[in-house]
Design a protein around this ligand. Structure first.
Ligand code: FAD
Length: 469
């Protein structure tokens, strides 16, 4: 009996999809390389079947069936991941969480909301917004991703500088372990009960279990909102300005800084770098913060820009061109997010953009920052390369990644801010974690998933390959 037949017998035919259409639609996530390979006729194979669980018990039965038969099991939220976290093999079972999509409860007293893991992010936000609340988590992909996917990838939202990343917003996580057992991690607003086991699931990318439910801490919708924008003559001047703001104690939820090239996307006549901010909270705080950053900008020599630039960004911030539009012009492109402390971020920016610009056929090597901390911030690089020959596209893609990773590592930065590891960064895990850190991760993986069925090939370097690149 095949694993698909076994699962049909256990779960019923409605829960197990075997049509070519269903399997083809979920072969991979939004990683550019998977899209390139599709166009070149080298695409990922279809999985053996797609399981759409309707209950936690369905998930447990699927996990147990895969472990018993040694079948690879690949959790799938909405496939908006951009690092190759989902690539089906022909033997694999693809576990699509999309039918586990209920809002379980909203608690306006304790400001928490519980969701099935497969619920779409925007649907979750709209459910709490109907009660005057917000999750505060606004990834650009909010309409394309699931609540469980946010946990699995350690996602970041555009309002993170005040409201935190997903690890700051999550209250509890419910997951099915590779043993088939259900675990609920997190039961109060804070605990000193040993290591925080929720973090085993945060960023686990489908390799350590299946997230089935998520409780998030909410916020009341902000009373007031204001926007500010400034021109900085150099990236370093903008970084110094942002550092002064957060280290003084101000916390605009949105703080973004674009280099000159990317500033042109915000306002056509840009000649300098652009810093934009959204201020939110009680009206008196918003007024005080807006006045404080405006005065600081004047003291530090940044020029004020019209707020319409920020309003335009707010209105268009989730629109991005699809890969096909880029690939059909013979161009490979991607975004690569990293982070670094304040005293190294300028070196990371300079080294990575200069190194990518040297690649033959480079059309763009630029960056902006979008998540700010007391100790540093992220950079979000964009590259676009048009190699001479179509056959060189994948090579140019990996060369760009290699250069950004190497420049970031050499300058002392961290190699992923929020997209995760997937396949594209797996070879850099030893640089990020050290050899002992990689061994620790491998030990965790083999303790939880001794059969090695959970999303093989993602995140955790194989013991044989170590993890160095
Ligand atoms: C246009 C665009 C904009 C984006 N903007 C942002 C952004 O602003 N911030 C950000 O952080 N990311 C962003 N991303 C990346 C992506 O949306 C996030 O990584 C998102 O969290 C993935 O969610 P998903 O439900 O689509 O997961 P998928 O892509 O389906 O899966 C991602 C990984 O998580 C695993 N996984 C998914 N669900 C589960 C589960 N229930 N249990 C266990 N493992 C699971 C998968 O196996 C895979 O390894 C963007 C992507 C796109 C295409």
């Amino acid at each position: 009996m095949t694993v698909a037949e076994d699962l049909i017998r256990t779960l019923g035919p409605d829960r197990v999809l075997t049509s070519d259409e269903a399997r083809a639609a979920r072969r991979h996530d939004y990683w550019m390389v998977s899209n390139l390979r599709d166009r070149q006729g080298r695409g990922a194979p279809m999985p053996a079947c797609v399981v759409r669980p309707a209950s936690v018990a369905d998930v447990q039965a699927t996990v147990r069936a895969c472990v018993a038969t040694g079948t690879p099991l690949i959790p799938f939220g909405q496939g908006s991941g951009v690092v190759g976290g989902v690539i089906a093999g022909s033997e694999a079972v693809l576990l699509d969480l999309g039918a586990l999509n209920r809002v379980r409860s909203i608690d306006p007293v304790n400001l928490t909301a519980s969701f099935d893991a497969g619920l779409n992010g925007l649907a979750a936000e709209e459910a709490v917004a109907a009660q005057g609340l917000t999750t505060g988590h606004w990834p650009q992909s909010i309409a394309l991703s699931t609540v469980g996917g946010w946990i699995a990838t350690r996602a970041s939202g555009q309002f993170s500088t005040a409201y935190g990343n997903i690890e700051d917003i999550v209250y509890s996580v419910e997951a099915v372990l590779p043993s088939g057992e259900l675990v609920v991690l997190g039961r109060g607003p804070r605990a000193a009960a040993g290591p925080d086991l929720r973090h085993i699931m945060l960023g686990s990318e489908g390799t350590l279990g299946v997230i089935t439910g998520v409780t998030l801490s909410l916020r009341r919708k902000a009373e007031a909102q204001a926007v500010t924008a400034f021109a900085a003559q150099t990236m370093q001047q903008g970084f110094d300005f942002q550092r002064e703001i957060v280290q003084t104690g101000w916390r605009p939820p949105v703080m973004r800084q674009y280099d000159v090239r990317e500033s042109g996307r915000l306002h056509a006549d840009a000649k300098d770098c652009t810093v934009i901010m959204v201020h939110e909270g009680p009206a008196s705080l918003v007024a005080a913060e807006t006045a404080a950053v405006t005065a600081l900008a004047a003291r530090m020599g940044l020029e004020p820009l019209p707020g319409t630039i920020v309003q335009h960004w707010l209105g268009h911030r989730n629109h991005v061109p699809g890969w096909d539009q880029i690939l059909e012009r013979g161009i490979v492109a991607d975004t690569v997010e990293v982070s670094a402390p304040w005293d190294r971020i300028g070196a990371v920016y300079d080294a990575a953009t200069a190194s990518v610009a040297e690649i033959p056929g480079c059309l763009a090597a630029s960056a902006h920052s979008s998540h700010v901390y007391r100790s540093g911030l992220n950079l979000y690089f964009t590259f676009a390369i048009r190699p001479d020959a179509e056959g060189d596209m994948e090579g140019a893609y990996f060369e760009s990644w290699q250069r950004i990773m190497a420049a970031t590592a050499a300058a002392g930065g961290s190699l992923s801010h929020h997209h995760g590891i997937g396949r594209v960064r797996r070879g850099w895990m030893e640089t990020e974690l050290g050899a002992t850190g990689v061994t620790l991760l491998q030990t965790l993986k083999s303790a939880l998933d001794p059969a090695g069925v959970m999303n093989p090939g993602v995140l955790v370097p194989d013991r044989a390959e170590g993890g160095a690149r």
